[in-house]
Design a protein around this ligand. Structure first.
Ligand SMILES: [Cu+2]
Length: 384
């Protein structure tokens, strides 16, 4: 009996400790692995949604409907917009951009890939090179209030709240833990997708471009670089109905790119019934429309993992791979359903060579350019 009582007493003390500190002391936050450091800035850059100037899906010049979103003119911005994008630097001086590996060129406008294995700690030095307050707010990983990167009334005292909105020119270090609950669940594959984005004024920040991927690999399943050891190739694709009308930079873009800037005004609210508003809603995949991004390439028989995400608008997407099939959520399919801020993992073992379409099946998205291609080859030489 005394033993039982002492166990009960000990557990009461432990439980009350949790309430007092607000910090679980058990496996929930247990990390013992390596610390992975990243130097990431929010940079204001010009971004082209269609750098080739043509429709890569049809192989033709943009047709009259394509030009709704691609033609610059007296009342249209066209395909080049000023945006704020997350970019990776070599060190804390933020002088040298870290080159993006060829395997990740397809990320396009997305921020740098942040990786971890369960048990690791992610340390981000964030520099705001923009003209608006920005932050980095992660999904899935374990953060305390000083590393949440989101601005709202939560009672956090001043010093700990500095990361909620980093002022222009400011720098902030975020520490994100990767305990078991940030990694694959029981039914998941060997890695899961999370994302990070600015969360000061979420709609304006994310539509300006501040969003990127996090991949967490199961403990014991990671290579040195953090990638899952049972996968040959990984691709991240963000389906985004990017609404440039709500970006911080819409007025700058009107001034810079519209031939007659006084003829148009920023559309507030529902943009689709206004021709100028509609032209600024880009049906993008990693910041590209009409297949203008790098084409993912893979070999027959490889284990290919696709990570799909959507952003912060009224998004409902139906990603569809032609020619090959995937297993996602324990089901075999070639079409998934992806909603706002959704994060999906789909595994493919390509068995059908060719250049294949990968597109959103929601008709207005498809027509607006939410399409890309991927290549399956049986030749080793054709794949990087
Ligand atoms: Cu869609």
């Amino acid at each position: 009996m005394p033993n039982v009582l002492s166990v009960v007493a000990a557990s009461l003390v432990y439980t009350s400790l949790l309430f007092v500190t607000g910090t679980p002391r058990d496996a929930a936050t247990h990390v013992s692995g390596r610390t992975r450091s990243y130097f990431i800035a929010a940079d204001e850059v010009m971004w082209d949604y269609a750098p080739s100037g043509t429709n890569q899906i049809t192989g033709q010049p943009f047709d009259a409907i394509d030009q709704t979103w691609t033609k610059r003119g007296p009342h249209r911005i066209g395909t080049v917009y000023q945006k704020a994008l997350y970019r990776e630097y070599s060190d804390s001086t933020f002088r040298t951009l870290k080159p993006r590996p060829a395997a990740w060129a397809h990320l396009g406008s997305l921020g740098p890939l942040i990786r971890a294995e369960v048990g690791d700690t992610i340390r981000i030095v964030f520099r705001n090179n923009g003209h608006h307050p920005y932050s980095m707010h992660p999904h899935g990983v374990f953060y305390r209030k000083d590393s949440e990167g989101a601005l709202y009334s939560d009672g956090t005292p001043g010093a700990l709240a500095r990361g909620d909105a980093v002022a222009p020119g400011g720098t902030r270090t975020y520490v994100w833990l990767v305990p078991e609950r940030a990694g694959p669940g029981e039914g998941d594959a060997s890695s899961v997708l999370w994302m990070y984005h600015s969360h000061v004024n979420e709609g304006r920040d994310v539509n300006a471009g501040l969003v990127g991927p996090i991949i967490v690999t199961r403990r014991g399943m990671a290579r040195e670089d953090g990638s899952p050891s049972d996968v040959n190739r990984e691709f991240v694709v963000a389906f985004a109905e990017t609404n440039e009308n709500v970006s911080w930079y819409i007025d700058d873009n009107i001034r810079s790119f519209v031939g007659d800037p006084t003829s148009v005004r920023r559309v507030i609210g529902f943009p689709f019934l206004d021709p100028f508003g509609l032209s600024n809603v880009k049906q993008s995949m990693n910041g590209f429309i009409y297949g203008n991004g790098p084409m993912p390439t893979m070999r027959i028989g490889e284990h290919v993992r696709w990570y799909l995400m959507a952003t912060t608008n009224a998004e409902l997407h139906a990603p569809h791979w032609h020619g090959n099939v995937v297993v996602s959520q324990h089901m075999r399919t070639d079409v998934l359903t992806l909603a706002t801020m959704g994060m999906l993992v789909a595994d493919m073992v390509p068995d059908n060579p060719g250049i294949w379409l990968f597109h959103c099946h929601v008709e207005p998205h498809l027509r607006g350019g939410m399409q890309m291609r991927f290549q399956v080859t049986d030749s080793a030489a054709a794949v990087q």
